[in-house]
Structure formats: C-alpha cells, structure tokens
Design a protein around this ligand. Sequence first.
Ligand SMILES: Nc1ncnc2c1ncn2[C@@H]1O[C@H](COP(=O)(O)OP(=O)(O)OP(=O)(O)O)[C@@H](O)[C@H]1O
Length: 290
Amino acid sequence: MSTPVIEVEKLNLKYGDFHAVKDLSFEVRPGELYALLGTNGAGKTSALETVEGHREPTSGTVRVFGHSPRDRKAVRPRMGIMLQESGFSPDLTVRESVRLIGRLTGRTDDDGRVLDVVGLTRKAGTVVSQLSGGEKRRLDFATAVYGTPELIFLDEPTTGLDIQSRDALWDSVDRLRENGSTIVLTTHYLEEAQQRADRIGLMHQGVFRRQGTVSELTRALPSHIRFALPDGPALPLASSVDGNAVVVETFELQKDLHLLLGWAQDNGVELRDLSAGPTSLDDVFRAIEA
Ligand SMILES: Nc1ncnc2c1ncn2[C@@H]1O[C@H](COP(=O)(O)OP(=O)(O)OP(=O)(O)O)[C@@H](O)[C@H]1O
C-alpha cells in the first residue's frame, strides 16, 4: 500500500489542565477525501492545526509527506489550507489577495485561472472589505485551489455559501481530486461528508468514537421505512409512530420493504409520503452523544 500523506500517532494536546485531544491516531492515504467530523468542541480544529504545523503536540507524532509539519520548507508548498477565516487584508483587492497566496505558499499559478475557478473574475478589482460573506468564503477557497496543491485542508468550506456556490465549490474539489489531490474536510453539513468522504473519523470529547467508511459507520444502525399513517388493517411489521408518520426500523430493508409493499397492494392501502433508506450520518452522530 502507498505511503500515507498524513500519519498521526497517539496525538495528545493539552491547553493547561484541559486535555483537548486524547491519543488520536489516524492516517490519510494519497487521493483520499478524509472527513474529520465531530461534535462542538470535540477537538477537530486543535488536531488539524497540529497537522497543518500551526501547533506543537503535547505528545505523539504527526507526519505529513513523511516530514514533521513544523518543517515548513518541506511541507508548506505542498499543502493548501482553507481556514474558517483566512484574514485577508480588507484593503487589498481580490486579485492582489490571490497573488499574495502565491507569494506566501511558494506555489505558482495563473491568477486569472484561480479567479475563474472560485467564481470571482468579475470581482477582481473589488477590495476585500466590500465582498459579501459568500464571496469572502470563495476567496478563502482560492487558498486551497492556488497551484493545485497535493494536500488540501477544507475547514467548513461551504458555511455561508448559497446552493449554486456550494455546487461550484464541490465541482472544483472534484477536479482537484481528479488531479490527484488528497483532501481533508471538516464540516457540520453531514450530508456533504456522507456523499463525498472515502473515510470518516468521528470525534467526541477529544477521542475518535467511530472511524471508517460511510457504510461501515451507518450499517451498525437500522435502516428506516416511513409513510403517512394509513387507515385500514394492522400493519404486517413492528413499527412506531412519529407525529403523523409510521416508522419501521429494520436491518433487512429490502425484505421488509417487499413485505410492506405486498401487504399494501393486497389490502388496497396507499402508502403516502413513502420513503425508505439506510440510516444517515446524522443518526450516527446522535447515537454517539446518547
Ligand atoms: N487556545 C485554547 N485554550 C484553551 N482551550 C482551548 C483552546 N482552543 C480550544 N480549546 C478547547 O479545546 C476543545 C476543543 O476545541 P476545538 O476548537 O479543537 O474543537 P472543534 O472540534 O474544532 O469544535 P467546533 O466544532 O465547535 O469548531 C474545546 O473545549 C475548546 O474550548
């Protein structure tokens, strides 16, 4: 198997007496999209800041491309970091800010190309202080896109973006991945991680509570069949009522759905608002806090 891009072994981080990250171990392989998810205050940002080289571990080891992330010369040009807030100077124009990314990271790219990818070509001459929240977020994304780095950190990249901008951002991420970039994502929009992550690490109170692919995480919980409460004969399956809906929990979705549809057909019952599917990451999240 190829050498991991990121290797974290027994990482611990303390702020004074507060133990924010406890014995965290994980690796991210080349070309993967790894999502580091968790509850508020779980320690995601603290862990990522260490991997990005901004923070010294209290104990444990972190390797990025086989180097310490504190070895900035070896590592920094190879990684793009989209922070929650990049802190571009409010007086610089968008184009000047994009140029600055090149100077700070040591990567080269065409400014016009980057502006086009992040959808800010028409705003190139606007100063940062006059950008909308979503436009600022797209400028933050330019830090990840510039020079097509091998490793990209996206920290809640779509917060504050409208649906078109979100779709455009994910299209750009897909193109970066086609180019071989490895992506580390944090987000509170779980459906984004569910759709895109190859693997997920789910943190709660400083430790991993779950790690694996989406299907490894979700298959431990039952699938759900839902429909509006029908009139008529008793249902053929054990169920509960949630508001106006009937909910069937099952580990045998196909078999039970077949049974239910056959019963509805035979009894002339219409199953309105019918939906059926595996459990969502939201449910996995709720279960770790329970
Ligand atoms: N500089 C600091 N000094 C003291 N405590 C800190 C510091 N930075 C973070 N913490 C604490 O460490 C814990 C982990 O914080 P962190 O920001 O890593 O969590 P997170 O998983 O990114 O949370 P969120 O999803 O809410 O952004 C929190 O309880 C936070 O209050």
